[in-house]
Design a protein around this ligand. Structure first.
Ligand SMILES: C[S@@+](CC[C@H](N)C(=O)[O-])C[C@H]1O[C@@H](n2cnc3c(N)ncnc32)[C@H](O)[C@@H]1O
Length: 243
């Protein structure tokens, strides 16, 4: 069965209090990098996989996309997205990304922010996205970085005083389930090597346009000096590919 953690009441309640859930994209540490990968959206038909509260769907319409579809497995996330959206050109579908079906060549741009590390197999997602994109269409997504997901602990190695000594990487080549903790709950994520992300995309037929790893913006560093540690290892991997 597919995991639907965001419908768990205590998890949802912790998630809705995160800065990115309250303040939106500008409070998301990796947004400046993802935003730069998104092509011009004017007049485009856009799909957002794992849309959560719908921030990227609304952004797409602000950029004059003609029509936007958001998909999410969580009833609570979709409900909140609908409450926050007053735009007939955005529609939300509740369902797992793995199972939704779209027409061939329906979309110009497919976006996904931080959802695919919850999905067991990446290749079928690449194939689904490839089929529903128009030729020349763009697929832009972010996932938790393989350096971040390699260990189930997903945490710094601390010294006896609690200082962050380093970020350990282990079992990198062993892909698959990582039972970890996020916010209040045990959560299952899937670790994949960088080469798997790349090869699944190119084997599907995509051309890789840009690969980025998250670094904090100067603005974020000024506002939140603790973000300096985000320069010690990348938390997110971001890619832009073309059909
Ligand atoms: C970290 S949140 C990101 C939400 C949004 N994309 C954003 O960046 O604000 C991950 C989202 O992926 C959704 N999700 C996880 N697994 C999914 C699946 N198999 N199918 C559809 N949505 C899924 C969750 O319900 C959640 O809304």
């Amino acid at each position: 069965m597919k995991q639907n953690k965001y419908d768990n009441p205590s998890f949802f309640s912790a998630y809705e209090q995160m800065p990115r859930s309250v303040k939106g994209l500008e409070a998301a540490g990796e947004w400046h990098i993802l935003k730069a990968l998104i092509p011009k959206l004017e007049g485009k038909n856009v799909l957002d996989l794992g849309c959560g509260f719908g921030w990227h769907c609304r952004y797409a319409r602000e950029q004059h996309a003609s029509c936007v579809t958001g998909v999410d497995i969580s009833e609570k996330m979709i409900q909140r997205a609908r409450e926050m959206t007053n735009d007939p050109s955005i529609s939300y579908i509740r369902g797992p990304i793995e199972d939704v079906d779209f027409s061939n060549s329906q979309f110009d741009v497919v976006i996904s922010s931080l959802a695919f590390h919850y999905i067991k197999s990446f290749k079928p997602i690449c194939e689904k996205v490839y089929d529903c994109l128009k030729p020349g269409g763009t697929f832009v997504f972010s996932v938790e970085h393989p350096i971040f997901t390699s260990r189930s602990e997903q945490d710094w190695h601390l010294d006896e005083l609690g200082n962050r000594v380093h970020w350990p990487v282990d079992n990198y080549q062993i892909e698959g389930v990582r039972d970890t903790t996020f916010l209040t709950e045990n959560v299952t994520k899937y670790h994949r090597m960088i080469s798997t992300y790349m090869n699944d995309l190119t084997d599907t037929g995509f051309m890789i346009k840009k690969v980025n790893e998250s670094v904090p913006s100067d603005e974020m560093l000024k506002k939140t000096p603790e973000m300096q540690d985000e320069n010690r290892r990348p938390m997110f991997l971001l890619l832009s590919v073309e059909k």
